[in-house]
Ligand binder design. Structure first.
Ligand code: DOR
Ligand code: ZN
Length: 346
């Protein structure tokens, strides 16, 4: 097949950053996606509805200035030990907040003010369950004694199962799943539990981080896993099971902060996101399953109308630039200097 047209997709997990950095990356998402669930882990986390509203209008004005494109940011709140139940109700009635993100404190980028112990938030989860506000979960245990490759699996056993047991009707998105254990957990769970899968976890196993030397641009959290896990993720993505949907977790960091003695976690994929997924689905002989995964299941999970517009991808090789401008610094995208197989038509 040399050309595919399908419903415009949504990115159900995106880091847009703020200010000039946000302006530098926004167009890449707006070109491809109709909407995105925007992560709240800014330097000053989005802990209130008021902050979410202000962030949303910064994104919208940047869109008008830069592109004139239509793209709807779906905002989220950042859960802390101190989040109040009243804040959840406010978020719900605002109509602009679509989920609350649970970062275990210290688990990843800008997660220092995350949750130290989820039982401290149980009163908040109760309100979220009642109000049908989804909990978006960074599923890694933040215990430094646990091996980094086991952090997701152990999070399921120690934290996620406890949440599900206590709040069986809470809507939960298990974000950027990376293991076969996570796939099994989600498959076996009730329909109020879904999961996002990134392009990079579908494309690479952990060897990519160490191929001929240390490769910081393949470092993200949760870290890439072994091949068996990658294969389980592909199975889930192409299965047609509506519990699994697209979330890029595209997470831009400057070249300097990645290529450093303590490099930041995050892989930038927004510049070629849907094209990368198309490549993966085609390789798995499942292009026909891409539209459900990319354009329907996420919207359905969040109770949003499915998009009406369409996008077209053609089979045409193009080279990904070595870097982009990132507010005066450089941003190295995934596949920098290498070729893509699919190209989006504007
Ligand atoms: O690789 C990651 N980058 N994982 C995360 O959880 C956060 C993200 C970021 O914000 O840079
Ligand atoms: Zn993320």
């Amino acid at each position: 097949m040399n050309k595919i047209t399908f419903t415009r997709p949504d990115d159900m997990h995106l880091h847009l950053r703020d200010g000039e950095q946000m302006q530098a990356v926004l167009l890449d998402s707006a070109r491809r996606f109709a909407r995105a669930i925007v992560m709240p882990n800014l330097e000053l986390p989005i802990v209130t509805t008021e902050l979410a509203l202000a962030y949303s209008s910064r994104i919208s004005s940047a869109l008008v200035e830069k592109t004139g494109m239509e793209f709807e940011p779906l905002m989220t709140l950042y859960l802390t030990d101190n989040t109040k139940c009243s804040e959840i109700r406010k978020a719900k009635s605002s109509g602009v907040v679509y989920g609350v993100k649970f970062y275990p404190a210290g688990a990843t980028t800008y997660s220092d003010t995350g949750v130290t112990d989820i039982t401290k938030c149980f009163h908040v989860l109760e309100v979220m369950e009642q109000e049908k506000v989804p909990l978006l979960v960074h599923g890694e245990i933040n215990d430094p004694r646990i091996d980094i490759f086991d952090k997701e699996k152990i999070f399921i056993d120690r934290v996620l199962t406890t949440i599900v047991r206590n709040f069986p009707n809470l809507r939960i998105v298990f974000e950027h799943i990376t293991t076969k254990e996570a796939v099994e957990f989600v498959k076996g769970a009730a329909n109020n539990i879904g999961a996002t899968i990134t392009a990079h976890h579908l494309l690479f196993n952990r060897n990519a981080i160490f191929q001929g030397g240390i490769r910081p641009h393949y470092y993200c959290l949760p870290v890439l896993k072994q091949e068996a896990h990658r294969l389980a993720l592909i199975e889930a993505a192409i299965s047609g099971d509506p519990k699994f949907f697209l979330g890029t977790d595209s997470a831009p960091h400057s070249k300097n902060s990645k290529e450093s003695t303590c490099g930041c976690a995050g892989i930038y994929t927004s510049h070629a996101a849907i094209e990368l997924y198309a490549e993966i689905f085609e390789q798995a002989d499942s292009l026909g399953k891409l539209e459900g995964f990319a354009s329907f299941f996420g919207a359905d999970f969040y109770g949003l109308p499915r998009n009406r517009e369409h996008i077209t991808l053609i089979k045409e090789s193009w080279e990904v630039p070595m870097q982009f401008d990132f507010a005066g610094e450089a941003l190295v995208p995934l596949r920098a200097g290498e070729n893509m197989v699919w190209k989006i038509l504007d």
